[in-house]
Ligand binder design. Sequence first.
Ligand code: CA
Ligand code: CA
Length: 470
Amino acid sequence: MKQNFFKKCTAVLCSAIMLGSVISYTPIYAESTNLVSNSTFDNGTIGWTTYYQTGGVCSLGTDDGRLALKISSTGDVTWAVQVYYDIIPLYKNGVYRLKYDISSTANRTVDGMIQQNGGTYQAYTAKTLSLTTEPQTIDYEFTMEADTDIMARLQFNCGNYEENLPEHTIYIDNVSLELIDDSKVDKNSGKAYEPSIITNQVGYLTDARKTVVFKNADNFDNFTVVNAETKKPVYTGTLSPTMHYSLADENNRTGDFSAVTKPGKYYITCGDLDDSYTFEISDNVYNNVLNDTLKMFYLQRCGTSINDDIFGHKACHDSLASVYGTNEKIDVGGGWHDAGDYGRYVVPGAKAAADLMYAYLNKPEMFSDNVGIPESGNSIPDVLDEVRYELEWMMKMQDKSGGVHHKVTCAAFPGYVMPDEETAELIVTPITSTATADFCGAMALAYEVYFDKDKAFAENCLKAAKNAWK
Ligand SMILES: [Ca+2]
Ligand SMILES: [Ca+2]
């Protein structure tokens, strides 16, 4: 079990890396391991982020090997200025030791806490601190009494405590959080359910090859496909020999049930493993996949409010961006967020736009005008409306010289916040030949794609491509 749990932690680490985060995440088993990876600030502020609102103004840097939070306005409320570190894993009933050095150039109050990042924002541990210029070492133990939260946040609220402060700086150094006693930790708490019988939950076409994957099925030889409505078995198959999948450190076996071709809803059983999720066999199962995929691009739109029950948010990243190394500020609103972070990158953006345009050129009849984006129903295929949103942003990234800026991001990754909560300064990085070349190709292609739909826009694309070419 220990081994399995360790893997789960590694999986969280991997997902953090995939989201573009540079925060490293340390599994809990190594006792006396510091769960805060950037704790001494010898190499900058990586992993630490500020958030400010309701009048709070601050900037983050380092000074003499310490984290330095310069606060020019404390805003209206205690949380109007924050500095925080994600991701802190806290396991229910674990005993932790939290330690840090903290001081301030102005005498003031600060709340230091580890809290839920979302939901009720409950504090798992909190201390109200009276800071002076004299560094004090906070060093105490606490037990995680709430349910396991592997995504907690170490946070310092440095906003308005009604102390009427001038500009000042808070220094933090030697931050350490250790799990010092895990004897009462339920290693499975907080673990997401992972089925042992893995099917394609979107479904299978009737005549397709149909494969199922089994985890930890060493003791079984057969599996059964069951009709989900009648509960009657319709097919029994044989498991393949065990294969070790090194990336997940799993023993996997597979089963083939291509022989089941009758449309319907089914699930799969095998020994005492949990039944698979119910899936569908039908020739319609993939009908919505294309629209859903395209809708993902809409949900990544930047600089506009997004209407969606789950992913909706207010307009984000709508301030001017500073051109790196200059005093110039430019409007680069729009485009798609790249991934789990909210950077916007010309190179992958041009590639995605080009892929969608090629797909459209190959089979225009596949693309509908009812994906569910604001431009649905305007008689233009939604794929072209969506790509245009990116192309129009890319045009803003082109300099007068024709060269194209590589990307626009904030100086650091924002952590796990909604797009409109990333309010740090936007920075446009210099022109690169890679971005300029990719831009040029995508714009030239756009000229062909949009020529029949909107000639004026197509001509703009061609002009932008030519400017990038020279
Ligand atoms: Ca230091
Ligand atoms: Ca449309």
